[in-house]
Write a protein that binds this ligand. Structure first.
Ligand code: NAD
Length: 280
């Protein structure tokens, strides 16, 4: 992979949650390639073990760990193992997150709903809880576990993953939008709370990428773009989706203690202009 910035993370331990998924896999690989010792965490053990093997085959340092970001005891155990394998955490990427179909309406607008469709009134409370918990607690709990390493050494960096829908909610996904608004807000809270300890906390807000969680909303089964895809691209000044590797410049910059030494509490949009455009 072509790394976007010439930043050397040698000697840093980077813990990446959700590293079995599309975006955080790329981030974990990039940190390893830039010299970091990477701990790749995911519910999906096979995915992170495979990622770690691939990184090691390239000569980089990466270990894969099965971990549920909502399971404090499991994370404590994984943390102990990482301390033995790699050392204390310097950089935490809180990447595990996502939406769930149980918290998604079939229609953008209630007045367009037809018989048999799942409307706002049918949203499943457990599905809504699931999405809130995964995105918000799934950011908070790993931070409680891994930022202790940073507080002890009075240095470190936390990077959360917010979203475009944190600024203005997207239709159909009320729980995910509100949960990511919570992640942006929590990023500012952490930045303030930890400012005196030498820990910085920032977030990126990726724009529209094509990935597992939204493929069904963006493309029909035959691959043709949905009306939602057209709407997104019409609202994106650069007229295209963002590629996963395009997140890396912002991620590296915010995690570099020299380049971003005075930057804490920001949420950086990486969105091909989506958040800048009013639609008119
Ligand atoms: P993805 O679905 O490809 O990856 C998410 C990963 O998280 C999966 O590997 C999954 O196994 C893991 N995971 C789920 N629950 C977990 C848990 N409880 N504990 C540990 N791991 C768990 O998603 P992605 O597109 O790579 O998204 C990564 C992050 O970026 C998420 O926070 C997502 O909300 C955010 N995001 C994505 C987009 C996008 O368009 N793809 C846009 C904005 C923000």
């Amino acid at each position: 992979m072509n790394l976007p910035l010439n930043i050397d993370f040698t000697g840093k331990v980077a813990v990446v949650t959700g590293a079995g998924g599309v975006l955080c896999r790329i981030m974990a690989q990039a940190f390893a390639q830039a010299g970091a010792q990477v701990a790749a965490l995911d519910l999906n053990e096979e995915a992170v073990k495979k990622l770690a093997e691939e990184c090691r085959a390239e000569g980089y340092i990466c270990e894969g760990y099965q971990a549920n970001v909502l399971d404090r005891d499991m994370l404590e155990q994984v943390h102990e193992q990482i301390l033995k394998d790699l050392g204390p955490c310097d950089i935490l990427i809180n990447g595990a997150g996502g939406n769930n179909p149980r918290a998604t309406t079939d229609n953008e607008y209630q007045h367009e709903a037809s018989e048999g469709q799942k409307t706002f009134f049918d949203l499943d409370s457990d599905g809504v809880d699931f999405v809130f918990k995964l995105n918000f607690q799934g950011t908070l709990i790993p931070t409680q576990i891994f930022a202790k390493d940073m507080a002890e050494r009075k240095a470190g960096c936390i990077l959360n993953i917010s979203s475009m829908n944190a600024y203005t909610p997207l239709t159909k996904i009320p729980a995910y939008s509100a949960a990511k608004a919570g992640v942006s807000n929590f990023t500012q809270w952490l930045a303030t709370h930890f400012a005196g300890t030498g820990i910085r906390c920032n977030a990126i807000a990726p724009g529209f990428l094509v990935s597992n969680q939204n493929r069904g909303l963006l493309f029909h089964e035959d691959g043709a773009p949905t009306p939602r895809s057209h709407k997104i691209l019409n609202g994106t000044p650069m007229g295209r989706f963002v590629d996963g590797e395009e997140l890396l410049g912002g991620v590296f910059f915010l995690c570099d203690e020299k380049a971003a030494s005075a930057i804490t509490g920001v949420v950086l949009p990486i969105d091909a202009g989506f958040s800048a455009y009013s639609g008119v």
